[in-house]
Design a protein around this ligand. Structure first.
Ligand SMILES: [Zn+2]
Length: 395
């Protein structure tokens, strides 16, 4: 175990790596009325409508026409919000042999520990389990190896266009459903933040990039391609003297993956409550094994504080086992966190979400109490990013 991991787990804050600026460590107290007013521009019905829009493309599986159509639709929405110009990253995808993690019987991916009741979590690969025949037909064309794309747009900072936060979610899904929660809920969250922050009266000092990753479900290859292609471009002004930075320096990466369903631990008979549990929370995770753990942990606590100040209904909980999502390829380079409905390793990995990669991950499966958890994660990220990027409103 790395020394940094030991110190982080002990809860001791040790200076490590590039320090976050002091201004980034203290959220204004009491709540900033400007941030409050911007957070209040998020709306449950709009969030639901964006998720619903994504589900028209079925499971949006990578390497299919329905996946490409979803990217086109997302791009059209981003443009309509004024988040322009939109850009696309292009890369090649070929299937790879599965990577198997070697972990102990009660350990989880990411370094957590399994407790209590568990249920199976195998992704569905049986088309016949989708009883909606129209949806089954939509999801039938298989993935084909080859060229892939993913779309992003950027709000350019007024005083520090050369630095940015990356706010992401993956738009691809699997399992023969509608990928409404995994990860329509995160994709819609990022799109709604792009909409609110692209409003003509919103300024930020630093830049913010909104990106909808592809190929998360096949093994994070969309995020990996982004890191491989763009890491070395960070902070370069191009053309020289233009004041334009095609790849601002990465200040942090914030991923959103499965935002809505926190119905608690499975019962002993493997059933799961039909109701959102009243204790539902937003799980903010960093990775204690990363060399950036100390900085990522600070970022996680900034988000937890933003949740306390600005989110309306549900609290946030910080954990140290971020894993298996698009923040992974960033975590050793910059402070990276993920926001989720549950901890990925010990909770989702134990079967807390029975819709995960299943034909039942449909828009119609969820109630407003579920959608509202996703909206509260959006309120959390919007408030934290507003503070970190220096948001102001102009008349
Ligand atoms: Zn996911």
């Amino acid at each position: 175990m790395r020394l940094s991991s030991v110190l982080v787990i002990a809860g001791i804050c040790v200076p490590f790596g590039a320090p976050l600026r002091a201004q980034q460590l203290i959220l204004s107290e009491p709540p900033d009325p400007v941030i409050t007013s911007v957070v209040d521009r998020l709306d449950l019905e709009r969030y639901k409508a964006t998720i619903k829009g994504l589900t028209q493309f079925g499971d949006r599986r990578q390497g299919t026409a329905r996946n490409r159509a979803a990217i086109d639709w997302i791009e059209a929405q981003l443009k309509s919000y004024g988040c322009t110009p939109t850009e696309r990253l292009t890369y090649q995808w070929q299937p790879k042999p599965p990577r198997r993690a070697t972990i102990g019987p009660n350990q989880t991916v990411g370094g957590g520990t399994l407790r209590g009741n568990r249920r199976g979590t195998r992704p569905n690969v049986d088309s016949l389990k989708q009883t909606d025949l129209a949806l089954r037909a939509l999801n039938t064309p298989p993935t084909v190896p080859g060229e892939r794309q993913e779309v992003y747009c950027t709000k350019v900072g007024t005083t520090h266009p050369e630095e940015m936060y990356i706010v992401g979610a993956h738009m691809d899904g699997i399992g023969w459903g509608e990928a409404a929660n995994d990860d329509g809920s995160g994709t819609a969250l990022v799109m709604e933040l792009a909409r609110v922050l692209s409003s003509p009266d919103v300024r930020t000092s630093r830049s913010i990039r909104f990106i909808l990753w592809n190929n998360e479900e096949s093994g994070l290859e969309g995020a990996e391609a982004y890191v491989a292609q763009r890491r070395a471009l960070q902070g370069q002004e191009s053309p020289a003297g233009s004041g334009k930075y095609p790849e601002p320096k990465w200040l942090g990466m914030i991923q959103h993956d499965m935002m809505m369903f926190d119905h608690g631990m499975p019962r002993a008979d493997s059933s799961v409550s039909k109701q959102q549990r009243p204790e539902a929370d937003v799980n903010i995770e960093f990775q204690s094994r990363s060399p950036m753990a100390a900085e990522a942990q600070k970022l996680a606590w900034i988000f937890a504080t933003a949740n306390e100040r600005y989110a309306h209904d549900y609290p946030a909980t910080v954990g140290q086992h971020m894993t298996n999502t698009d923040s992974d390829p960033f975590k050793d380079i910059v402070p990276a966190i993920s926001l989720r409905e549950n901890e990925r390793g010990s909770q989702i990995g134990a079967g807390w979400d029975p819709q995960w990669h299943q034909p039942t991950d449909l828009f119609a499966t969820y109630t407003d109490a579920d959608f509202r958890l996703g909206l509260n994660a959006g309120q959390t990220t919007l408030a934290a990013i507003a503070e970190l990027a220096g948001l102001t409103l102009v008349k």
